[in-house]
Design a protein around this ligand. Structure first.
Ligand SMILES: C[S@@+](CC[C@H](N)C(=O)[O-])C[C@H]1O[C@@H](n2cnc3c(N)ncnc32)[C@H](O)[C@@H]1O
Length: 278
């Protein structure tokens, strides 16, 4: 693996290619899926309303790194919290899905870029940069200093007083199970009926950096067709990321333990919000 720069050979950069490929959706399933995805992002919208959009300087300029299908940006727009949104997503299939999703709901204020975030110049004057659902955990293992470079990019892209929001998992639960399982833990998951895939079978192990290698095999609903991908994920603790954000120049950290907030928070999941100094 190239350790000096982001490159397309790292499994994390290609892992989501083919995810949400439009040919896997009938028009009806597409509509149901978009509805479910919008609903699933409500918890972040409420968090942003409460902790970011109350700010008198809030202009509604929001960028999301690893934006997937851009559901969160669309939901923020729908709720009147976003004036200018930018979704940055390296997977072409997800980017195409995001554009069709925009058409489906009549989004006017979100632009989707099909790019590796490391290939972009810094943005200007953003109120909020988001990385939710393991995005930082996928990006940090890409190359040496990937974490530093990403946080520099985020810091430079924000206006003074602007914020960064990450959703992270400490993976303590999996780390403990892995420690008892000879470095190969197997798990399965069932998806809701609107998802073209029915099951995911996953195998987890540690690599030499103590990042978690997460091999996923998906089984498609109705035809049983399989597809697979691997992620290498960096575990973060609330204390660890708070320190890292402080070193990158962020202040006023707020950590929310999701397992204690609301009904659908998972064990070990937390949000961290921090601000660029005024
Ligand atoms: C776990 S998904 C989360 C998607 C979305 N944020 C959500 O909450 O549904 C992580 C996404 O980050 C994207 N990604 C990973 N590395 C990236 C990079 N360097 N630049 C842009 N997108 C990236 C992946 O392709 C994937 O779609």
């Amino acid at each position: 693996m190239d350790t000096t720069t982001s490159n397309s050979r790292h499994v994390n950069l290609s892992a989501y290619e083919g995810v949400e490929a439009l040919e896997n959706f009938t028009p009806e399933r597409f509509a149901d899926y978009c509805r479910d995805k919008l609903l699933s992002s409500d918890k972040f919208v409420e968090f942003i309303r409460q902790h970011c959009a109350h700010d008198p300087d809030w202009q509604g300029k929001v960028a999301e790194i690893g934006s997937g299908n851009s559901k969160l940006l669309y939901n923020l727009e729908k709720q009147g919290l976003l004036k200018e949104g930018l979704g940055i997503e390296i997977s072409r299939s997800r980017h195409e899905f995001a554009n069709k999703f925009a058409e489906h709901i009549g989004s006017q204020r979100v632009t989707n870029l099909n790019e590796d975030v490391f290939n972009l110049p810094t943005l200007t004057g953003y109120d909020l940069v988001i990385g939710v659902d393991i995005v930082l955990q996928l990006i940090s293992p890409l190359f040496d200093k990937a974490e530093d470079r990403l946080l520099d990019w985020v810091h430079s892209s924000l206006r003074p007083g602007g914020r960064v929001l990450f959703e992270l998992w400490d993976f303590e639960y999996f780390k403990a199970l892995l420690a008892q399982s000879d470095n190969a833990l197997r798990l399965w998951e069932e998806f809701p009926a609107s998802d073209p895939f029915e099951y995911c079978l996953a195998t987890l192990s540690f690599d030499d950096n103590k990042d978690i290698v997460w091999d996923k095999r998906f089984i498609r609903r109705s035809c049983g067709q399989r597809s697979e991908f691997s992620n290498i994920l960096r575990p973060y603790s609330p204390e660890g990321i708070t320190k890292i954000l402080a070193q990158a120049g962020f202040v006023n950290p707020l950590v929310i333990d999701c397992s204690k907030e609301g009904p659908d928070g998972a064990q070990g999941e937390f949000l961290v919000l921090a601000q660029k100094a005024l």
